[in-house]
Design a protein around this ligand. Structure first.
Ligand code: F0G
Length: 430
C-alpha cells in the first residue's frame, strides 16, 4: 500500500464534472465545470483499493500516531492521498455505533443502531469533510476560507481554519442559527456575516463572493468535503464487520451527505469491500422538502421551496448537491421521506430520553424510520442504521422552546431540605 503521496501532484485522482464528464486537475479551486449546466465536480479515484488495502487502513486505530488516528485519514488512499505536511486533522471520526432497547421498541425495529456523529470534535459530522477541505485549502495556499451555513459547517470551518492558521469567513442566515453553533464560530475566531435572508440566499452570496473576492469555498459543493464524509459509511460498515445493513437512514438538507453516502457505497461495491448495497433513505423536514417533492415526481424536476422547520440545520430550500443525491438514491434503490416538525420533536424526545441525545435535524432519522415501519416499507426484522448528525448541545433553544415543559423540568427552590422534600414528594429514604 502506498503511504501518503510525497510527490507534488496527486496521481491517483481526477476531478470529473457530474453533468458532462469533463476532467479537471485536482488543484483547481472552482468546483463548477465550465459546461453550460455548470455541473459540480466530483473526485474520481483512478486506482482500485483492494480488500487487503481496506483491512490495512482499518488497522489504523484511534490509538495510532499522528493523523493515522483520524477516522478520516486512516482511509486516506481512498479519500485523498495528500502530502502529509498539508493535513490538518484534530483528529476526527471514530464515532460509536449505539443500540438502545427503548428506541428499538418505540420504532418497532429490532436491529436498529445509531451512528453518533455528534461525537466529532466540533459536535457534528461536518468535521469529517472539513478536515479534508481545509487540508486542500492549505495545500493550495488559500488565503481566506469561506462557507455559508445553517450553523454546523461554520463551527467546523472555524475550528479547522483556526488550527491551520488561515482566516475564515462564514455567511449565516441572520437570526436563524442555533446559539451553540454560532458561539463556536465566534469562539474559534471566524468572521461571522449575518446575512439578512435565508440559507439559500447566503449560499448564493458566498458563491458569488468566492468568485469575485477569491475565498476558498468549503460548502458541500466542494468535492473534497464529500470525500471526507464518505468515511461515515466506511466506518459504520467496518464496525459491522462489513456486514451490510438493509437500510441506512440520514437527514437531508443540502444533500451533501446523501451524495457522499452514495459515493462511498458505490466505491465500496466496485472495489469489492461489500457484495451488496443497503437501501439509502434521505429524510427531509416537511417544511423544507424540495428533494422529497422531486422524489414524488420520480426526479423529473426540482423546484425550490421557502424552507421553514424547527430543525434549523436543514432549513434549506435549494439543495446544491441535487444531481449527485438523485444518483445515490437511484443506485441504492433508496427512498426520500419527509417528517413533520411534531414528529421530529417527538423522535428527538425519544432519543434524548434514551440518553443518546441529538440535535433536531438528526432526529428526522428515527421519525422517518418509525413512519416507514408503520407504512410496512421497513420490516421489523430489517437491519437499520440511523446517522445522528449533531450533538444535543448544539441547539438548546429547541429544548427550552416549550416553556411549560421547561418549567416542569426545572424547578427553582430555596436552599433547604424542606424545599427538596416538597418538590420531590419524599419525606424519608425510598
Ligand atoms: N444534520 C445536521 C446536524 C446538519 O448540520 C446538516 C447540514 C444536515 C443534517 C444535512 O446535511 O446538508 O449534507 O444534507 N448542515 C449544513 C450546515 C447545511 O451549514 O451546517 P446535508
Amino acid at each position: 500500500m502506498n503511504p501518503v503521496a510525497e510527490s507534488s501532484g496527486i496521481p491517483d485522482i481526477k476531478l470529473v464534472c457530474t453533468v458532462c464528464s469533463a476532467e479537471h486537475p485536482w488543484n483547481v479551486s472552482d468546483y463548477r465545470c465550465t459546461c453550460s449546466k455548470k455541473g459540480l465536480l466530483e473526485v474520481r479515484h483512478m486506482r482500485v483499493h483492494s480488500c487487503a488495502e481496506r483491512d490495512l487502513m482499518c488497522e489504523r486505530s484511534p490509538d495510532s500516531e499522528g493523523f493515522d488516528a483520524s477516522g478520516v485519514w486512516r482511509f486516506r488512499e481512498a479519500v485523498l492521498p495528500l502530502q502529509a505536511s498539508s493535513i490538518v486533522s484534530h483528529p476526527e471520526g471514530h464515532t460509536r455505533l449505539y443500540r438502545r432497547e427503548t428506541l428499538s421498541s418505540w420504532a418497532e425495529v429490532d436491529d436498529l443502531a445509531f451512528k453518533h456523529e455528534g461525537e466529532n470534535p466540533s459536535g457534528s459530522f461536518k468535521d469529517r469533510g472539513m478536515t479534508v477541505a481545509v487540508s486542500v485549502a492549505k495545500a493550495l495556499n488559500a488565503k481566506i476560507i469561506a462557507c455559508a451555513s445553517t450553523g454546523n459547517t461554520s463551527a467546523a470551518l472555524a475550528a479547522y481554519a483556526a488550527q491551520a492558521g488561515i482566516p475564515s469567513v462564514v455567511f449565516l442566515p441572520a437570526g436563524k442559527i442555533a446559539t451553540g453553533k454560532l458561539s463556536q464560530a465566534v469562539a474559534y475566531g471566524a468572521q461571522c456575516l449575518a446575512v439578512r435572508g435565508d440559507f439559500d440566499s447566503a449560499m448564493q452570496l458566498v458563491e458569488e463572493s468566492s468568485h469575485q473576492l477569491g475565498f476558498y469555498l468549503v460548502n458541500s459543493l466542494n468535492p473534497y468535503r464529500l470525500e471526507g464524509q464518505k468515511t461515515i459509511i466506511w466506518e459504520l460498515l467496518a464496525q459491522r464487520r462489513w456486514q451490510v445493513p438493509d437500510w441506512i437512514v440520514v437527514p437531508a438538507g443540502n444533500l451533501g451527505n446523501t451524495s457522499a453516502f452514495g459515493k462511498a457505497l458505490r466505491e465500496a461495491l466496485q472495489w469489492g469491500w461489500i457484495n451488496k448495497l443497503p437501501r439509502l433513505v434521505s429524510v427531509q423536514a416537511a417544511g423544507a422538502n424540495p428533494f422529497f417533492q422531486s422524489f414524488e415526481k420520480k426526479f423529473t424536476e426540482i423546484l425550490p421551496v421557502k424552507a421553514e422547520t424547527v430543525a434549523t440545520a436543514i432549513r434549506i430550500g435549494q439543495p446544491v448537491n441535487y444531481i449527485k443525491a438523485v444518483r445515490a438514491i437511484g443506485e441504492t434503490d433508496g427512498l426520500v421521506a419527509q417528517v413533520t416538525d411534531a414528529e421530529i420533536l417527538e423522535a428527538k424526545r425519544q432519543i434524548d430520553r434514551s440518553g443518546l441525545g441529538c440535535e433536531p435535524a438528526s432526529a428526522c432519522t428515527l421519525a422517518g424510520i418509525k413512519n416507514l415501519k408503520n407504512a410496512g416499507i421497513i420490516k421489523s426484522g430489517d437491519s437499520v442504521v440511523a446517522v445522528l448528525t449533531g450533538h444535543v448541545l448544539k441547539d438548546s433553544e429547541v429544548i427550552f422552546a416549550d416553556a411549560a415543559a421547561a418549567r416542569a423540568a426545572v424547578t427553582e427552590i430555596e436552599p433547604t431540605l424542606n424545599a427538596v422534600r416538597s418538590v420531590t414528594g419524599l419525606s424519608g429514604r425510598p
